[in-house]
Each structure stands twice: as structure tokens, then as C-alpha cells.
Write a protein that binds this ligand. Structure first.
Ligand code: GLP
Length: 250
């Protein structure tokens, strides 16, 4: 695991964008596992800018997103499909048919999960999986629990996740209670993983992901078992790690 510390959110975003851009330049038809949330937003802005400047192209890239709220339509302004279109896909040359996000309105949720996993397999797996991390250590929407779930599945969102995400909705009651998420098995199957984290409220989760016991009560800690993980964080998010003397670059 390599950990890079950047001064602030903007520097973290630029560094993470450079890592993702390197993957795309090296392998133009790569399969990217993408994530939503505030953490990768700045990174997407850099990538869109570089795409518009023709430094790299997403023309052959295929993407699969980590998760989606159950019950939200793709055009709902808090759905993750909407987020991806609005923050990234509409600003780059990726082909719409090459992007996939779980269908929050799927009538048969179990069939949607199975189809999602089959799609990832048909793509040949994920080359680079981007992750944020929840304050409670969740990755995708794999919440702290007693078990790891391998494939794409439906989860009940933790109260702390509903509370954290309520800032994007009119009221906390509007936050969906369930979501589709890739499972831990899908995430670990990615050939490379890039985790971005920003802000002091992520410091404990990042610390536990890197140094804590590998157990499903902290889903992010499973990344310790993957052989190719890069974490790019700002000083605040890496604060507990550096205070504990864990060696980081930068
Ligand atoms: C959300 C998403 C995750 C994301 C995390 C952190 O609930 N399901 O994929 O990584 O929580 O979000 P943020 O980056 O906004 O803090």
C-alpha cells in the first residue's frame, strides 16, 4: 500500500487525477470502477479539464460505478447516475453506452445485482477501482457489519451514513434507506485500487483502514489484503496516520 499526503483538497484531487489519467493513457480501453461523493469531485474536474485539452481521451474507456441509491431514478438530482453525468461524463468524451451505474429503479433488485456482476465479468474485470471512504469506514456502500458480501447486493444504509448524506437532500427523511453496492469481492478483484480521502472527519476511518484489524466492522480495512492500493489524502485525512508514525510519501 502506498500512501501519498497532499497539502489540501485541490492538491489531493490533482494527484489522484494524475494516477487515473496514467491508467487511461497507458491503457486507453481500460475498465474504470468509479465512485461518487465529495472526495472525487475535484479529481473529476481535473480529468475533464485534461480531456478537453486533449491530454487524454476516454473514448475507449468502459466504466462501472460502485453504487447507487435504491429507489432513485437516474434523473433524480441525488442519484449517483445523475452525479456521474453532471460532474464527469457530460464533460468528457466517454461513450454513454460504455458507462454503467446500477439501476436504482430496477424492479427485480436481485436480477439487477446478478446482471451487474455479469457485466463486470464480461468486461474482463476492473483495471482501476476508485474509492472514497465513509466516516464509519464504508467503501462503496459496504457498511460495517458482521460479514463481508462478495458480489453486488442491496444494503440497508447505516444511520451514520444517512446522517452524513442528508446534507445533499431537502430533509433527512428524503435520504433513501437502501442502496445497491458492489460487494467487497468485486472491489478486491480490481487490479488496482485508488482511494481518495479528504478532511479531518475521515482521519479515523483512514487510520482504521490502514492500521486497524481486517474485519467487516471496518470494511475499508480489507484493502490491507490487496496488493496494489494507493491512497491519496490531504493532511487532515491522514492526520491520525501521521500522528501514529505511519510512513507516508509527501
Ligand atoms: C458515500 C458513497 C461512497 C463514498 C462515501 C464518502 O455514501 N456511497 O462511495 O465514498 O460515502 O463520501 P464523501 O466523499 O462525500 O465523503
Amino acid at each position: 500500500m502506498r500512501i501519498y499526503r497532499e497539502k489540501d483538497y485541490d492538491a489531493m484531487s490533482r494527484h489522484a487525477a494524475a494516477i487515473l489519467a496514467a491508467e487511461v493513457i497507458h491503457r486507453p480501453d481500460c475498465v474504470l470502477g468509479l465512485a461518487t461523493g465529495s472526495s472525487p469531485e475535484g479529481m473529476y474536474r481535473y480529468l475533464a479539464d485534461w480531456n478537453q485539452k486533449k491530454f487524454l481521451s476516454f473514448r475507449e474507456v468502459r466504466s462501472v460505478n460502485l453504487d447507487e441509491y435504491k429507489g432513485l431514478a437516474p434523473d433524480h438530482n441525488q442519484s449517483y447516475r445523475y452525479f456521474m453525468q453532471d460532474r464527469f461524463f457530460n464533460h468528457i468524451d466517454i461513450l454513454p453506452e460504455n458507462t454503467r451505474v446500477p439501476d436504482g429503479l430496477a424492479a427485480d433488485a436481485a436480477a439487477e445485482c446478478a446482471a451487474y456482476d455479469a457485466h463486470i465479468r464480461a468486461l474482463g474485470g476492473i483495471d482501476l477501482q476508485l474509492l472514497g471512504i465513509g466516516r464509519n469506514g464504508h467503501i462503496g456502500f459496504n457498511e460495517p457489519s458482521g460479514d463481508y458480501v462478495k458480489g453486488t447486493h442491496i444494503v440497508d444504509l447505516a444511520p451514520s451514513t444517512i446522517e452524513a448524506n442528508a446534507r445533499f437532500f431537502a430533509t433527512p427523511d428524503d435520504v433513501p434507506r437502501q442502496a445497491f453496492t458492489m460487494g467487497i469481492g468485486c472491489i478486491l478483484s480490481a487490479r488496482k485500487i485508488l482511494l481518495v480521502a479528504s478532511g479531518a472527519d475521515k482521519a479515523e476511518a483512514v487510520y482504521q483502514a490502514v492500521c486497524g484489524p481486517v474485519a467487516p466492522h471496518c470494511p475499508g480495512a480489507i484493502l490491507q489484503l490487496h496488493s496494489n492500493v494507493v491512497i491519496v489524502g490531504d493532511e487532515a485525512a491522514l492526520g491520525k496516520l501521521t500522528a501514529a508514525g505511519v510512513s507516508v510519501c509527501g
